[in-house]
Design a protein around this ligand. Structure first.
Ligand SMILES: Cc1cc2nc3c(=O)[nH]c(=O)nc-3n(C[C@H](O)[C@H](O)[C@H](O)COP(=O)(O)O)c2cc1C
Length: 353
């Protein structure tokens, strides 16, 4: 049975136009990534995990993660923390920032996060996890979703116990990445657990993990009954994977298209992060865009050593001169960035003022 990926569905009252969701990824899911994801067929995009402690301290960089552009909707902003009260306050900030959905992270396996009682460690404390979801759901009228792992230990099935409790507490959607926290990203995602979770709850479930192609997306949707698939690593420097999954494209992009998308991504990232931060941030993207046999390895290595983005841009255009026309076309087609700036957040919440 083929599931139609172009079908719309909903989280709470929020309509999601396709069954493809772009994964939240720390250090990757900037606005430029999310807007690109929408252009290539994702029906829902998500911010990277945002620290509730950072929000509480009005940390400038943290607040930057709450920037929402008008063409990103529907958009989920993901928060992580361990205290219901602080999570509730952060949810109100997320709402004020203009997100459509508040997503809660119960999946992050990184020690720095789990040792504070946040992320995947909450799967070991279902009572506290439920208190958090309940506090967030009460704090905001936005639908609340939760993203989780199968459990912390290898072979754990805790998600099947915790998941239904979170729905009882007010979660309107669950995303399952069925690896254990201990596994990090090794092994494979066991989507038989996703199918079991779908049977247990009456809210939509999103399947995350190892979805890299249309065939795999169709198979996961058909065998799990999930409402949508989430795609992460396959979309890094490769929005064409999203188009392939949606059935919008089959051919590999041309070199000109690749360079044009990378240049657009660079320009948008500079606008978002400033030149200095963007210069370091972008380095990992060169390999992601130009890899996969698309450009010779020494070329990627050379780009990483160039000191300025202007030099990278010149070098890219020399390698694919036709990219300039493609880039002009892409820029002309982009909607105006009518950005909801942080200034529009309640002043008492922003900057401690
Ligand atoms: C670099 C990186 C950063 C990630 N950051 C987050 C995050 O901030 N929040 C989250 O819920 N999951 C995060 N994840 C997990 C992904 O959202 C996704 O569940 C996981 O990568 C499995 O999907 P994939 O096989 O499609 O990549 C991250 C994954 C990667 C590779």
């Amino acid at each position: 049975m083929n599931v139609d990926l172009s079908e719309s569905w909903a989280i709470g009252g929020v309509p999601i136009p396709t069954r493809l969701v772009l994964a939240p990824m720390a250090g990757v899911s900037v606005q430029a990534f999310r807007r690109q994801g929408r252009r290539y067929g994702a029906g829902l995009v998500c911010s990277e995990m945002v620290s509730v402690a950072g929000i509480a301290h009005r940390n400038e960089r943290t607040l930057g993660y709450l920037r929402v552009a008008s063409d990103e909707h529907p958009l989920a902003i993901q928060i992580f923390g361990s205290e219901p009260g602080a999570m509730a306050e952060a949810a109100r900030m997320v709402e004020a920032a203009g997100a459509d959905i508040v997503d809660i992270n119960f999946g992050c396996p990184v020690k720095k996060v789990t040792k504070t009682g946040a992320g995947a460690s909450l799967l070991d404390d279902p009572d506290q996890a439920a208190r958090i979801v309940s506090a967030v759901a009460e704090a905001t009228p936005l639908p609340v979703s939760v993203k989780m792992r199968r459990g912390t230990a290898n072979g754990s099935r805790d998600c099947l116990v915790v998941g239904p409790r979170l729905v009882e507490a007010g979660a309107a959607c669950l995303t399952l990445h069925p690896r254990s926290a201990r596994q990090m990203y090794t092994g494979t995602a066991d989507h038989s657990l996703t199918a079991e979770l779908v049977e247990l709850v009456d809210v939509p479930v999103i399947a995350s993990g190892d979805v890299t192609s249309r065939a795999r997306a169709q198979a996961v949707l058909a065998t799990t009954g999930a409402s949508a698939v989430m795609v992460g690593r396959a979309a890094q420097g490769n929005p064409w994977a999203l188009a392939e999954i949606m059935g919008l494209a089959t051919a590999e992009p041309t070199r000109e298209e690749i360079v044009a998308e990378l240049l657009l991504f660079m320009r948008e990232t500079v606008r978002e992060l400033g030149t200095e931060r963007a210069t370091g941030f972008l380095k990992k993207f060169y390999g992601w865009y130009l890899g996969r046999g698309r450009f010779p390895k020494p070329f990627k290595q050379e780009l990483v050593t160039l000191p300025t983005l202007a030099e990278v841009e010149t070098r890219l255009l020399a390698a694919a001169p036709g990219a300039r026309d493609v880039l002009d076309r892409l820029e002309a087609e982009l909607p105006e960035v009518d950005e909801v700036l942080l200034d529009s957040l309640p002043i008492s919440l922003y900057g401690g003022g």
